[in-house]
Write a protein that binds this ligand. Structure first.
Ligand code: HEC
Ligand code: HEC
Ligand code: HEC
Ligand code: HEC
Length: 423
């Protein structure tokens, strides 16, 4: 598939992002103090007050980038989320909306786009709420109507709708609503074919690339794994895998369940390059090593959000490649939905108690080194990319530069192509 659209920039972007992770083990320079209490509940029905309510110069709108009380200034100057609404005015967004809906609705007016590029509850806002502020404070910290006044008196924010950004599972759960998607707003193959980048979220990488407006050292200390061999990045990676796999499984369960009336198979749930590839009379796609029990031509589930459960859930082989390749997305629809529901619950629960330790490192080493020996695995760009990101996250503890370089190559498309372009 030679490059005509822009979507594969997402993977290119992902790799570019990932490189930053490798240097993110450095010490932080920020020393912001926490101003708010954690909370586990995220209320949906509370009203959005808008970013300007947080940005007064005496509140979070000071002038020292990266410093306490300048959070809004940091966000506006450096954070990609501050421009998420502007993106809806771009030529690419105009084209996406036109492909999807003709001239009936513009991207910046479309509910589907606004739910992720502004706030999932953007309609539930004060009249003076400005969508132009994009993904603002309340998109991550929760609708502020009920906690705006009490929160600077150190009141308990529980039940007032302030979201849990403090704990890693709480934080990751916020990101995945937009970066993995929900039944209410997601990026399906219609959206992708219209020109939207496919979503390939990996929490440790994305978090490392968020310009911090908090005290990084304090945060790292608060979320340090119990096992001293392991560091913050690898703990973040593990929790992120749990929460991302959970969100992806919840979405898959919804799409696959016939009572929701969604198209199935949903192509975005399948391996992109099992369809989007060059044709060859004699192809490695007919080899048993590639097929792993499937018949040639049988559709193949997308592995991005599952492949790492091999490492993080060594006990439950049925979700991963051991059994998945033989699941037929067409015939086994009901089973796919019920497995996804079951596993989503388990992943969410595990995230709360997840502690990465030396065993995970040993297993990563083992699996990554084995995987890299088989060309078959490396042929899957998604598998290579996930292992590559895992190696970066474990970088301080287990380093293998040669393997990392090979995985990176496996995940990168040849110049001029939007797909792996292999036989
Ligand atoms: C993309 C998600 C996201 C957005 C958008 C966002 N924040 Fe944050 N914020 C975080 C995370 C993650 C943390 C770190 C964990 C914590 O301290 O709660 C944080 C921390 C904070 C803290 C605590 C700082 C500390 O060191 O304890 C303040 C205050 C804050 N944010 C204010 C804001 C304001 C004001 C805005 C809007 C201008 C905003 N945030 C937008 C995710 C976000
Ligand atoms: C309300 C939806 C929403 C939430 C919540 C959210 N994001 Fe985003 N994020 C977006 C959108 C939309 C973009 C694309 C912005 C653009 O370029 O228009 C984005 C972009 C990003 C980017 C830049 C990606 C790139 O390719 O350069 C990073 C990094 C990121 N988000 C990390 C996070 C993290 C980490 C969290 C959780 C702490 C989070 N986001 C929460 C919607 C969200
Ligand atoms: C499920 C949430 C979701 C929905 C729905 C969604 N987006 Fe996005 N969009 C994102 C995220 C997250 C990113 C950033 C992807 C990344 O870098 O990983 C993004 C990126 C983009 C980009 C690429 C931005 C860049 O800088 O390269 C465009 C353009 C875009 N979205 C437009 C739209 C339009 C138009 C719609 C509605 C038709 C829409 N989006 C619906 C979440 C969403
Ligand atoms: C079951 C097969 C199948 C799968 C799996 C699939 N697609 Fe498609 N895709 C199609 C078909 C069919 C079209 C329409 C092609 C045409 O009109 O010639 C299409 C069109 C597209 C287009 C529009 C541009 C073009 O080259 O046709 C893009 C971009 C795209 N797909 C990306 C993806 C991505 C990314 C994935 C994985 C998330 C994916 N597809 C998974 C079958 C598939």
């Amino acid at each position: 598939m030679p490059s005509t659209s822009r979507w594969p920039l997402a993977l290119a972007g992902l790799l570019a992002l990932a490189i930053v992770v490798s240097i993110s083990h450095r010490q932080s320079t920020s020393n912001a103090q926490p101003l708010v209490q954690p909370n586990i509940e995220r209320s949906k029905k509370l009203e959005l007050v808008g970013t300007p309510s947080c940005s007064a110069s005496v509140c979070h709108g000071g002038s020292d980038l990266g410093q306490p009380r300048s959070e809004a200034t940091t966000w506006r100057a450096l954070d990609p989320h501050a421009r998420a609404y502007d993106t809806l005015l771009s030529a690419q967004s105009k084209a996406i909306a036109k492909h999807l809906w003709g001239d009936t609705i513009q991207a910046h007016d479309a509910s589907l786009c606004l739910k992720c590029h502004v706030h999932p509850e953007y309609e539930h806002a004060r009249p003076n709420f400005r969508r132009g502020d994009g993904v603002g404070c309340e998109s991550c910290h929760g609708a502020a109507h009920d906690w705006l006044t009490p929160h600077y008196r150190a009141a308990n924010q529980k039940k007032l709708g302030m979201a849990d950004t403090k704990s890693l599972p709480g934080r990751a759960s916020i990101c995945v609503t937009c970066h993995v998607g929900t039944p209410d707003a997601n990026v399906d193959h219609d959206l992708i074919a219209a020109g939207h980048p496919p979503l390939r979220f990996e929490f440790a990488t994305y978090f490392a690339n968020l310009p911090p407006h908090w005290d990084v050292e304090k945060d790292r200390k608060a979320n340090k794994p119990k096992n001293i061999v392991v560091d913050f990045e690898f703990q973040t990676w593990g929790v992120g895998q749990d929460i991302s796999a959970a969100a992806a499984a919840e979405l898959r369960a919804y799409r696959a369940d016939p009572k929701n009336g969604k198209p199935w198979p949903e192509f975005a749930e399948l391996d992109c390059f099992s369809c989007h590839h060059d044709l060859h009379a004699k192809s490695r796609r007919q080899d048993e090593a590639y097929l792993q029990g499937r018949r040639p031509g049988q559709l193949f589930m997308n592995q991005w959000y599952d492949v790492m459960t091999w490492l993080t859930y060594p006990g439950i082989q049925e979700v991963t490649r051991a059994q998945r390749p033989t699941l037929d997305p067409v015939k086994d629809r009901a089973e796919i939905a019920s497995l996804a529901r079951k596993h989503a619950a388990r992943y969410r629960e595990t995230a709360k108690i997840r502690q990465m330790d030396a065993h995970h490192i040993a297993r990563l080493k083992d699996v990554a080194e084995n995987v890299s020996k088989t060309d078959v695995e490396l042929a899957h760009a998604d598998v290579s990319a996930q292992f590559y990101l895992a190696l970066l996250a474990s970088g301080r503890i287990y380093r293998n530069d040669e393997l990392t370089a090979r995985l990176r190559q496996g995940a990168t498309f040849p110049p001029g192509y939007n797909s792996p372009h292999k036989k």
